[in-house]
Write a protein that binds this ligand. Sequence first.
Ligand code: URP
Ligand code: ZN
Ligand code: ZN
Length: 468
Amino acid sequence: MRTLIANGTVVNADGSAEADVLVDGEAIALVGHDLASAGVTVDRTIDARGRYVIPGAIDAHTHFDMPFGGTMSKDTFETGTRAAAFGGTTTIIDFAIQPRGGSLREGIDAWHAKAEGNCAIDYGFHMIVSDVRDDVLAEMDQVVGEGIPEFKLFTAYPGVLYSDDGAIFRAMQRSVDNGGLIMMHAENGIAIDVVANQNADSGHTEPWYHGVSRYPVFEGEAANRCIRLAEAAGSAVYIVHLSARDALDAVRAGRDRGTPVYAETCPQYLFLSLDDLGNGFEGAKFVCSPPLRPKEHWAELWKGLQADDLQVVSTDHCPFDFHGQKEMGRGDFRRIPNGLPAVEDRLDLMHDGGVVGGHISRERWVEVCSTAPARMFGLAGRKGVVAPGADADLVIYDPNRRHTISASTHHMAVDYSCYEGRTVQGGSDIVMSRGRVIVENGTYCGSRGDGRFLRRAPTGDALRRGVA
Ligand code: URP
Ligand code: ZN
Ligand code: ZN
């Protein structure tokens, strides 16, 4: 199958140009001018006049079918990757979880079983390490070799996923040897639990107290600690879902010292705030960790994205129904499952709030949503770019079309939207995954199981040297 995408504006991270794109089979064959007149023969021509042609977005932080907070995140790999495709995302990287007391192998096998044959788009895994032991450190080397080269550890969630400083330090040391990358959920979970329990014991049980118990300084302290541990280990470190100015300051200070520290933020920290947690139990819809912050943090995060102190925007998509799941925490905010749905909305929110809102250029939008995650997670040249030889993961994006986000029209398997009623400018008209149109005119036209597992090369060494 050969497809010519004609007359569009090709937007890459390093620049934009009016150009045609020739797709041959699964890959991009040519990007050039007036390819139709040059006599290329094709099966289909798509006129992209007035629209952008961008690399499919990459969401490097999702949790599909994840056991958490006494329940399971609501999107499966089937529903979650299909919803992602509707929103212009053509690659996701989810987190396989080592069961506590078990092996990494068990986690990886479980996640392959969940994903294989079910995905609409290509997918990869990072590995959550919940229990750092000698045998697990050795197993990390094999896991890197299986194309799963990042390991997420937590300074949060004591008794569940928490690792102490020694465990984190040992994993960082190991990553220097095996080329992997340590990702950190940086919040001081021990201190948070003290405040959360004090609030709950005083009768403050509403969702708002989830937000106010998790002080920004607890995130800043943990981020700084992780960065300092990485310095001591001589490793790179990637801070996930950074929400607070305090943590960004730690990242900036680390980068100023020359530490290879990288970080992502998420749309919820740019567009939602602590206020959203405040409407009685409705606030449960907005419970995630780190929590939503006061609005004053937004401007700093935008500055971080502009200055490249934050390199990536991912979703941390971890959806739970309001009815039946978030409701588990009625009367005790500590029992509300943590996480928000967003995989379908990220690209449009970042276009509307970021590009149309004047915070970032359209090229930077493509970079933080696609090119940078490809570069940082071993997919450079293959994904995240509109160029000959790359996979034809392409989105024909209308920068002027407006639509209103709603749970009644979204495709995520969750009964509410954090952005209900918000009108955004920009939308994915046609989405292609390796040369096949999988979404067109608001209709899914792919098949379950089209998505392939991506074995990814480790980038830890390159990131450590600052050359990824
Ligand atoms: O609230 C969140 N973030 N839930 C997902 C798990 C995590 O920490 O990433
Ligand atoms: Zn986390
Ligand atoms: Zn997460």
